[in-house]
Design a protein around this ligand. Structure first.
Ligand SMILES: [Fe+2]
Length: 370
């Protein structure tokens, strides 16, 4: 058998209180109280499905009781019907504005009271069902969003790995470049008064960190004969290599045409085309300078070059961190953004830690066993 709904009744007039209880007790579990404090005390340990609240009471008025209920999480959702001895339009409007669901003028007409209580209980039940359905749907959407985010991360990493497998480095370049980028972004974000042009939202920061791994995506379009050439490149061959930022830009530009609102794709496009630009305008492919180079591209430029310097390559031994730091510092304002070089110098210990990351996947085995 279903439990009867509980009705909390508050009226300082015992005769009125008994009248209401006798009308309702057949169908409902009635909790009679004679003042607001008693009702609020009851609600500290219990709940009610609906409340019938006398409007005019000494010490604490019905409106004051309602206001206090609305300040507590567990009582705020209980529907309140006011009972009043005065047919007062202003009072009725005030009660309804305060959040009461209904307003009944005494003397009580039994059929009206029973119908209004029944209607409000049904409405409250519908509201609860709706809130439950919304909460369930919200949870489903959150889960689906988390799944999509994981899939997005996996897709980005997969693209980066495909690019990396065709390149000349000895593994871990993607992980380390992302790590160096994360350090610079972290300290840019931590600056409470960043210089003009270095402000960054958390969303932009996360986009730059995620997209850093795609900076060389355009190398997919460079022929193996040039990309994997074990000897020094000719001038013509190097001109072909220099096209990889433009190829990368084209990949993302195509996506952006179909989804121009997505700032994430825009960040990926910026990084791919601008990570070989130089602060003094002598970089490629566009030869742009200073803050005309997107901040994301300037950050990845520092991260990418530092990793190339401290890593072993088929044509060179790794430089020590000290030597790499010396090269980057001497290129501040020439190749690199001076503000980003300052961050690099101030937090070089963290760069040294990231430089120890190696990729243990069998990349080179796949890449060179064809
Ligand atoms: Fe590159």
């Amino acid at each position: 058998m279903a439990t009867k709904p509980t009705i909390l009744i508050v009226d300082d007039d015992p005769v009125q209180l008994n009248t209401v209880v006798s009308l309702l007790q057949k169908s409902y579990n009635c909790v009679p109280t004679t003042n607001g404090q008693m009702a609020l005390k009851y609600l500290e340990a219990h709940t009610a499905d609906i409340m019938l609240l006398d409007y005019n009471m000494p010490v604490m008025t019905g409106i004051e009781v309602l206001k206090q209920m609305q300040e507590t999480e567990h009582a705020a959702s209980i529907p309140v019907i006011f009972l009043t001895g005065v047919d007062d339009t202003e009072g009725e409007v005030s009660a309804l504005r305060q959040g009461a669901v209904d307003y009944i003028v005494k003397p009580i007409r039994p059929a009206v009271l029973l119908t209004r209580v029944k209607n409000q209980l049904e409405l409250a039940e519908h509201r609860r069902d709706l809130e439950y359905a919304i909460a369930e749907r919200t949870e489903d959407l959150w889960r689906a969003n988390e799944r999509l985010k994981k899939r997005e991360d996996a897709t980005l990493h997969l693209l980066a790995r495909i690019t990396d497998m065709r390149d000349e480095d000895t593994g871990g370049h993607i992980l380390r470049t992302t790590g160096y980028t994360e350090i610079i972004v972290k300290y840019l974000r931590a600056d409470p008064n960043p210089p003009a042009g270095y402000e960054m939202s958390e969303e932009e920061a996360q986009s730059i960190i995620k997209c850093a791994q795609l900076h060389d995506l355009g190398k997919i379009a460079i022929p193996d004969s040039i990309l994997l050439k074990p000897a020094k490149l000719t001038v013509e061959e190097f001109e072909v290599i220099k096209k990889h930022p433009i190829y990368g830009e084209h990949f993302f530009a195509d996506f952006i045409k179909s989804d121009s609102e997505d700032p994430f794709l825009e960040t990926a496009r910026e990084i791919t085309y601008s990570h070989h630009e130089k602060w003094n305008g002598t970089g490629y492919p566009l030869g742009i300078a200073g803050q005309a180079i997107p901040l994301s591209g300037r950050i990845v430029a520092v991260a990418d070059v530092y990793d190339a310097l401290v890593s072993e390559r088929p044509y060179k031994k790794p430089f020590s961190h000290e030597k790499a730091a010396e090269i980057i510092t001497s290129d501040s304002g020439k190749h690199f953004d001076p503000h980003l070089v300052e961050i690099f110098i101030a937090h070089q210990d963290e760069f040294i830690e990231v430089s120890k990351i190696t990729d243990t996947s069998p990349k080179n085995e796949f890449a060179f066993s064809r």
